[in-house]
Design a protein around this ligand. Structure first.
Ligand SMILES: [Zn+2]
Length: 104
């Protein structure tokens, strides 16, 4: 189980690096939520939000972190294409925010 998570995180990292190489203008102007990276990031956060809703509908409880939903509601933990970090915000329901792009 722990090993699977490490593999998934490794894959996510590789995917983020590949995106960083492919997408131009990475970094400096990434604060714009209307940039392609910002839109991808917002789409990621909406995916997580709907995964949280699915989790709640199925288990009648909220997940404690994103990893808890991987495999069932999420294929993998999403990665901000601009290099932002997703912060889990506990609550009823919980949500996530990106350190670069904010909340969805
Ligand atoms: Zn972001």
């Amino acid at each position: 189980m722990r090993k699977t998570m490490l593999v998934l995180m490794g894959l996510a990292l590789v995917a983020a690096l590949a995106l960083a190489l492919v997408l131009p203008g990475c970094g400096s102007s990434a604060s714009s939520r209307t940039s392609p990276q910002g839109r991808t990031c917002l789409a990621n956060m909406r995916t997580v939000d709907s995964a949280i809703e699915s989790y709640n509908a199925l288990k009648d409880a909220y997940p404690k972190n994103m990893q808890q939903m991987v495999g069932e509601m999420l294929k993998k933990v999403p990665v901000c294409p601009a290099g932002g970090k997703y912060i889990w915000v506990d609550g009823q329901p919980p949500t996530i925010k990106c350190t670069i792009h904010g909340t969805p």
